[in-house]
Design a protein around this ligand. Structure first.
Ligand SMILES: C[S@@+](CC[C@H](N)C(=O)[O-])C[C@H]1O[C@@H](n2cnc3c(N)ncnc32)[C@H](O)[C@@H]1O
Length: 212
């Protein structure tokens, strides 16, 4: 029997508690990154891959966005996201499922936001799909966690369930990622590095697609 994805055993409460803990502070960082991406690209159609409970979705409210799709494997996270945002974002479509099995029509999105999700999926397969889902000149924004000498990929907090991710998480070399993206016609247009006080660093990169 296929084993269950560890994310399904991490409650929304544990996830948010862990990610916003004083020694982690990634929830806050990711929300700001999302806000910046929305300000920079003003997309009309957007997909958020690994959308969790809707971290940063408050920045979508009041913008002129026709289509917003959030995808996550966790039914609980999707449920929380729906409770928080379904009314405020009538154009929001939430899909619960494994990205390995999900597909969208070709050339659908102006922006695909993929923050700390490539660490948990088949990178090559997802990049291939994203390159087809993006409209010509559409943007892929990617946040990758960089290796750190002084902390393990999953930080220690009081939330023990997060340890379930240890066997799953795979940090990706940004240069390798860039080459893979290029092989699917995604060209890097901007790259920033963010270092948190925890010592962890992240690369925030934007790629432009060329369509099919
Ligand atoms: C670290 S969180 C992403 C953080 C979020 N993007 C943000 O900006 O705050 C990773 C998310 O990806 C989801 N996830 C992991 N593997 C997945 C898969 N194969 N398909 C869909 N979602 C997945 C998890 O349930 C989790 O909500």
């Amino acid at each position: 029997m296929e084993s269950q994805n560890p994310w399904l055993n991490i409650s929304a409460e544990d996830y948010e508690g862990h990610m916003s803990a004083p020694n982690v502070m990634q929830l806050q960082m990711l929300s700001k990154i999302f806000e910046d991406v929305l300000n920079e690209f003003s997309p009309k159609s957007i997909a958020v891959l690994g959308c969790t409970t809707g971290n940063g979705f408050e920045h979508l409210i009041g913008r002129n966005i026709e289509q917003i799709v959030g995808v996550d494997i966790s039914p609980e996270y999707i449920c929380v996201c729906k409770e928080r945002y379904a009314e405020k974002l009538p154009q929001l479509q939430l899909i619960c499922g494994d990205l390995a099995a999900i597909n969208f029509p070709l050339l659908t999105f102006d922006l695909i936001h993929a923050a700390l999700i490539f660490e948990y999926v088949n990178v090559d397969e997802l990049l291939n799909k994203i390159s087809k889902w993006l409209k010509p000149d559409g943007v892929l924004s990617v946040v990758l966690q960089l290796p750190s000498e002084n902390s393990s990929p999953v930080s220690e907090t009081q939330f023990q369930s997060l340890k379930l991710l240890n066997p799953l998480i795979k940090l990706i070399d940004p240069e390798e990622f860039k080459k893979m993206a290029q092989s699917y016609g995604l060209e890097e247009i901007k790259n920033d590095k963010i270092k948190l006080t925890s010592g962890k660093s992240f690369s925030v990169t934007k790629y432009v697609g060329k369509g099919l």
